[in-house]
Ligand binder design. Structure first.
Ligand code: NAD
Length: 488
């Protein structure tokens, strides 16, 4: 059965694929504006059943203690997803507007492949450490430190890289022995329900271990964050929503792991190849139409090379035509929705009103009358205090800002409520080290280095979140620590 049929878009609750109590809602192709089909709309009874099923699977089965079985299930899921890769690719391109070439990497195949890393951790992790004996208060005790699953994890995810983010939560959460209720974004329900169908029909993952709840309403996510049966919320999304998640979770003091927004800086030092670096920065902000939390959307260049950098960035951005994501050469597809395009356009008008110079782009591309496309846009003559330099736009928009040397570049890079990622370009290792050790972000690329990898922790400083996803650190987010002391 093709994963693209309406029948395969169902909720997954307690091991059963079933319709949503709230009926259905439309999922739309952002490149064509056509309705692709219907997704199940979960109501509060569905959420209640999903949390109940996850609770029972955690409390009443051996799932959390059977490390080898979990590794087997994760490998089985990976194999089944790989077998259906072409159907999943079609859904991902159609529903997310993700360019085809990205589905060979972080939009699909990369994160599916990375389930092996999670399976390997379930097998190889040191679940128990012998702390030896000690005699506190005169009682000789042998101590063992155990690491255990937290319990029921509520995973809430956005639409921009749905598989990457869903699997970066499901993989380590399951490998660590938790059960999960996944609530994906309303814009990309099929990316999640297709995975639910595969879990139900092609894996030994026990009923209730993974539950998938799609909903047109954000309230279902909100209810998940406040339910006392949920032990942890793993959230990726905007900083504003992350704040609401943390507030809601506070009543039951559940752990909140937050991956939030960014406004990362691309710092060019004066000994770098200015044109090459500026061209790279311009290209990277156009990938997936700029809908990436870690994209470097502020380009900080030496003041003496300001016009040279603008010229190089403009040449690159002017040469990138947004277009059909099904085409192999497309890197800049549509924005996810008309609402998101309106948001980007709002920021462009604010940039103009605040004195910004639109060097290239600034509007909707000619000749594309269907689809939520926006032109790659380069903005100059704003300082770091301007709205377009401070707030996350989530479109293919780059703001160029001059700096007066390495320390000034560090100051500007850090002058942001966010601290997610960044890039530094230069030739002198000592200067690069000076800058990378002072920029306060969770990841940094140097001269085009790529930090994204299954074994590399990713996450933010400041208001870009707390905790780390991926790597051993990302796995350990889903664990509790228990110390057992035995007398004698
Ligand atoms: P969003 O915050 O609007 O929504 C994210 C998810 O939260 C969705 O599933 C949504 O339904 C749900 N939600 C909304 N209100 C909620 C509430 N009150 N309680 C619980 N859940 C609620 O984000 P978005 O527009 O879907 O995605 C774009 C944002 O995600 C950007 O800000 C981007 O930077 C961020 N993002 C961050 C990372 C990261 O790893 N740091 C990765 C990708 C995207």
């Amino acid at each position: 059965m093709s994963l693209l049929t309406a029948d395969s878009s169902q909720l997954l609750i307690g091991g059963e694929l079933r319709p949503g109590g709230g009926g259905t809602f439309e999922t739309v192709n952002p490149a064509t504006e056509e309705v692709l089909g219907q997704a199940p709309d979960a109501d509060s009874a569905d959420l209640d059943a999903a949390i109940g099923a996850a609770r029972t699977a955690f409390d009443d089965t051996d799932w959390s203690r059977d490390h080898a079985f979990r590794a087997h299930c994760l490998r089985q899921l990976r194999t089944a997803l790989q077998a259906d890769a072409e159907a999943l690719r079609e859904i991902t391109i159609a529903e997310v507007g993700a360019p085809l070439m990205l589905t060979r990497g972080p939009q699909l195949e990369g994160p599916v492949d990375d389930l092996e890393y999670a399976a390997g951790l379930a097998e190889s992790y040191a679940w128990e450490t012998d702390l030896g004996t000690a005699s506190p208060m005169g009682i000789k005790s042998s101590r063992v430190l155990r690491r255990e699953a937290i319990g029921v994890v509520g995973a809430i995810t956005p639409w921009n890289f749905p598989h990457q983010i869903n699997f970066a939560k499901l993989g380590p959460a399951l490998a660590a022995g938790n059960t999960v209720v996944l609530k994906p974004a309303p814009d990309t329900p099929w990316c999640a329900t297709s995975v639910g169908a595969i879990i139900a029909e092609h894996t030994d993952i026990p009923p209730g271990v993974v539950n998938i709840i799609t909903s047109s309403a954000h309230e279902i996510g909100s209810a998940l964050t406040s339910d006392p049966r949920v032990d942890m919320i793993s959230f990726t999304g905007s900083t504003a929503t992350g704040r609401a998640v943390m507030t809601n979770a506070a009543a039951t003091l559940k752990k909140t792991f937050l991956e939030l927004g960014g406004k990362s800086a691309f710092v060019i030092l004066d000994d770098a190849d200015i044109a090459a670096a500026a061209g790279f920065a311009a290209f990277s902000v156009c990938v997936h139409a700029g809908q990436g939390c870690a994209l470097t959307t502020r380009l900080l260049v030496p003041r003496a090379a300001y016009e040279q950098a603008i010229e190089a960035a403009a040449a690159t951005m002017g040469g990138i035509r947004p277009g059909d994501p099904t085409k192999p050469g497309t890197i800049c597809g549509p924005l996810i929705s008309s609402a998101q395009r309106a948001r980007v356009e709002h920021y462009l008008s604010l940039a103009r009103a605040e004195g910004g110079r639109i060097v290239v782009g600034g509007g909707r591309p000619a000749g594309l009358d269907r689809g939520f496309f926006i032109e790659p846009t380069l903005i100059a003559d704003l300082d770091n205090g301007a709205t377009a330099a401070r707030e996350e736009i989530f479109g293919p928009v780059l703001v160029v800002i001059p700096h007066d040397g390495d320390d000034d570049a560090i100051r500007i890079a850090n002058d942001s409520p966010y601290g997610l990622s960044g890039s530094v370009w230069g030739t002198d290792p000592a200067r690069i080290d000076h800058v990378t050790s002072r920029i306060r972000t969770g990841t940094l690329g140097v001269n085009g280095g790529i930090w994204y990898s299954a074994d590399a922790p990713f996450g933010g400083y400041k208001q870009s979140g707390n905790g780390r996803e991926m790597g051993v650190a990302g796995f350990e987010e889903y664990l509790e620590t228990k110390l057992i002391a035995t007398a004698g």
